[in-house]
Structures are given as structure tokens and as C-alpha cells.
Design a protein around this ligand. Sequence first.
Ligand SMILES: Nc1ncnc2c1ncn2[C@@H]1O[C@H](COP(=O)(O)OP(=O)(O)OP(=O)(O)O)[C@@H](O)[C@H]1O
Ligand SMILES: Nc1ncnc2c1ncn2[C@@H]1O[C@H](COP(=O)(O)OP(=O)(O)OP(=O)(O)O)[C@@H](O)[C@H]1O
Ligand SMILES: [Mg+2]
Ligand SMILES: [Mg+2]
Lengths: 253, 253
Amino acid sequence: MILAVVSQKGGVGKTTTAVNLAAALARNGAKVLLVDTDPQGAVRHALGLRGAQARAGIAELLNATRQFGNAVRPTPFARLHVLLAGAVTESADHGAYHTAFAQSPAVREMFGLAAAHGYTVVVDTPPGLGGVTRRVLSECDSVLVPLQAEPLALQTSSQILRGIREAARDGVAPTLEGFVLTMYDDTSAMSKRVADTIRAQLPAPLLLDVVIPRTEATIEAFAAGQPVVVRSPDDAAAKAYMRLAELLTKRDR
Amino acid sequence: MILAVVSQKGGVGKTTTAVNLAAALARNGAKVLLVDTDPQGAVRHALGLRGAQARAGIAELLNATRQFGNAVRPTPFARLHVLLAGAVTESADHGAYHTAFAQSPAVREMFGLAAAHGYTVVVDTPPGLGGVTRRVLSECDSVLVPLQAEPLALQTSSQILRGIREAARDGVAPTLEGFVLTMYDDTSAMSKRVADTIRAQLPAPLLLDVVIPRTEATIEAFAAGQPVVVRSPDDAAAKAYMRLAELLTKRDR
Ligand SMILES: Nc1ncnc2c1ncn2[C@@H]1O[C@H](COP(=O)(O)OP(=O)(O)OP(=O)(O)O)[C@@H](O)[C@H]1O
Ligand SMILES: Nc1ncnc2c1ncn2[C@@H]1O[C@H](COP(=O)(O)OP(=O)(O)OP(=O)(O)O)[C@@H](O)[C@H]1O
Ligand SMILES: [Mg+2]
Ligand SMILES: [Mg+2]
């Protein structure tokens, strides 16, 4: 199964969700490959992979300086492997990367090899609806959309639904697993109001029955280079990500 | 003066900063043009421009279905005009827009006409370092970088510095006005720690001496379609944006 975590809006928790969903699935026994298609390459920091050996990734598959087998790497976390963004994170020209990724046969190859190796694949994507995101949508099986409870959330959700429909290949679009509220701040009256509006407009099963709260432990874990589900499993956001993993696993059967 | 608000990181307050800086400068007497180069087109909602007449903008300049004079529009706020993103906000293919924008002569024309009309120009940009942001960096006079106090802020800042250098035309790069801490949450121990690290690594004048706090009034204002400096001038974020406008105006002389 290839699950893409997608939202064109910036800073809504795509990376945090992809990292923690991947870690939660691995904790539950799955062999997981976390793929970072964002030229900003935040996944590397989220997993604490700081050495020089953590530099190769998708960029090297695109320019054929590495093969899948020596681009994928293990992580400190059992059953969790990662395919990082690669040397593009040192570049300040992401447009070229989006174009290369959008057109390259290496993208289909890497997803094919991941599936052949028996990985459950979780894909982190950049913000915006550029070449990378559109290519990932056309190659994945299913899509999860993190949604922040802020005023433009409903506009964001209808635009991404269009993007998913347009990604259909041979008439088949990826399955939308659903929208999940992220970084939810229950101390904000506005967040509560927007969340209620979202619930009215995006009924179950479109809006998943899990809310990821904003917690200090989540950002502390990122700074420490560990998924919060590993570092602080009793934290409310960690528990919510574990429930999200269970919910998605049940649906998959 | 053409000032671009830029950060490749998502959700750090680019739009909120561009909108409120533009509104603050207009309140202080300048004739201001706020330009939305982000295909997500959030500026339209930030200014409460919801009618069908608010649909035309940069996309129509790029495909030559409109001219500068009938793409720029007034707003409910004195001396503040806006050039919106245009019909691209209905599209789910932003890659095509980035490419068109990056290559079009219409982009230099619109900035030239804005300057000729005596506007102070403030430019909102998309996240990422794609074609639109790189083109804006090569056309603007100065750059302001909103920075959120989160663990990857320093990586983000060094990457954008590279982007600014690479944007140099004929050896001249835009002036970096500086970095400004945004959405600052002083109830978060992590935010304080990161802010201290940022201050140590980005000394004045690189880090501007204004901090924009996270406030409920800011997000309420966005939902109400007004800049917070207009709707809630006594709010701490509104006052901080007014101070930012003064600081940048002083430097400009
Ligand atoms: N549940 C949470 N609690 C606290 N902080 C969070 C939570 N989820 C995300 N964050 C923080 O919010 C910021 C944005 O999250 P993240 O980077 O995951 O979003 P993103 O959608 O991947 O951003 P981008 O669009 O730039 O890729 C980060 O600093 C992250 O650590
Ligand atoms: N000072 C503040 N106080 C409270 N909320 C804020 C503040 N600044 C921004 N926000 C909110 O945070 C969210 C992100 O801000 P904004 O959209 O301005 O960031 P951005 O960098 O333009 O995002 P993108 O990368 O998607 O373009 C919005 O919901 C906005 O209303
Ligand atoms: Mg991310
Ligand atoms: Mg924005």
C-alpha cells in the first residue's frame, strides 16, 4: 500500500503526520518505508539522521547516481526504513527538482521496488500543488489530507479533492482515506468554531474520527530527532497518531 | 520600492505579514500595491474580497486577457490596492503556473508599471523555492523573511539566504531587510529556546528587533476578511506589525 500525505497548504502537519504514521505502523509490526519527496527534506531531521551518510536519497535516484537498494536506509526505529530527499536539500532551486520528479521514470520504479520488497509506503510531500505532489498523487494508492482548523480549511479541502480527481490514471484515482484535523488547539475559540464548521461540511467518513492535538511533546520530539509516538507514547498527540494508524490499518483489510 | 515577503517553509505567516505590512504602510500614508503571486490566492480572503469581480489578477496578466490597469483593484482600505492571484486559484495544477510566471515578460512589466504609478509594492509568495519565488527574488528590491520559532528555523534561514544570493541579476542581489520572528507563542518553552538560539545565530541587524506574537485577534481578523492592524489596532500582533512598518520605512530613507 502506498499512502501519500498531502495538503497544498503550508505548515499543516504533513511531515509530522507522515513521520508519526510511519513510526506507528512500524511499531504495530509492519515493515514500513517512509519516503520524503519534499525538496526541503524535513524527514531527515524528524528521524535524527544527521550524519553525512544521510545525504543520499530521491535526488540521487533521479540523476541515477544511486540505486533503490543503496538509497533506502534503516533508521534507529525497528522496521522503519527511509528514502530521504537527497542532495536537493542543499539546492535553492526547487522548480528544477519538481520538473525532474514529475517526468522521471525513476519515480514509478522506486514505488514499484518498494511494493515488491513488501514495504508499507508512507509518502511525505511538499506544500503547493506542483509537479512533485501531482506525480505522487498519480502513483499512490491512497491519500490522507491533514487539515488545520483555520479559516481557509474548507477552500483547501475542495482544491485538494480536485487535485486527487485530476490525478486519475486510466480513470482510476487514488482512494481518499480522508481528512484528519491536525495541530488542533482547543484553547482557541476560533479553532473550535472552524472545527465545528468542518465537521458540518465534511461528514464522516470523509473527516476521520481522530483529532491530532497540538502538544509541546510533539515539537520537543521533532527537536530531539524522534517521532513523538516513540519518544512520548503517553502524549495525547502520540496516542492520536497511534489511533490514526489503527483506523487506517482496519480500513485497509 | 518592491518588498517581497519570502520563506520556503510553509505556514510561517508570509501572507499574514504581507497583508498587515501593506495595510500598516497604507495607514501611515503610503500608496500601496499588495501583489499575490501565490497560486493559492489567500490574499483575496484576507482582504474580504469575495465577489466574482475579485477573480481577475496575475493569471490574467500572464495569459494577456487583462492589462495592469484593469487587473489592479482598490480595496475597502484607504490607499491599499491589490493585484490578486487570479483564476489560477481554481486550478489544481500549480506547476504550470510557476513555469509560466518564471518565464513571462508580463512579470517585469507589472512591477515596472507599479513602480511607475508610484506604488510601494508588497509581494506575497508561495512556500517552497520554486519558479515563482525565484522570479520574484530576481525582480524585487528588498526581501523580508518571516521566521517561526521552530526547530528547523536556522536551516530554513541559511537556505533562503542562498536563494537570495542566487537571485542576483548582473551581480546585484535584492537587499535583505532581515528576518522577523512571527506567530511567536510565548507559552511554549520550545519556542522560547528556539528564539534564543535564533537570536544568538542571527544577530541584529539580520534579525529584526520586532517579534510578531501569536494572537487570537489575528486569526479572527483573517476570518473576518480584514487585516488585524485595521480590525484590532490595539492587539499585540497589530501593534507589532505597525512597528515593523515603521522600522522598514525608516531604513528605506
Ligand atoms: N501536534 C502538534 N503539536 C505541536 N506542534 C506541531 C504538531 N504538529 C506539527 N507541529 C509543528 O508545526 C510545524 C509545522 O508542522 P509540519 O512541518 O509537520 O507541517 P508541514 O505541513 O509538513 O509543513 P510544510 O508545508 O512546510 O511541509 C512544525 O514546527 C511542527 O513541529
Ligand atoms: N500572529 C498570528 N497569530 C495567530 N495566528 C496567526 C498569526 N500569524 C499567522 N497566523 C495563522 O497561521 C496560519 C498560517 O499563516 P499564513 O497563512 O500567513 O502563513 P503562510 O506562510 O502564508 O502559509 P503558506 O506557506 O501556506 O502560504 C494562518 O491560519 C494564519 O491565520
Ligand atoms: Mg513538511
Ligand atoms: Mg501564504
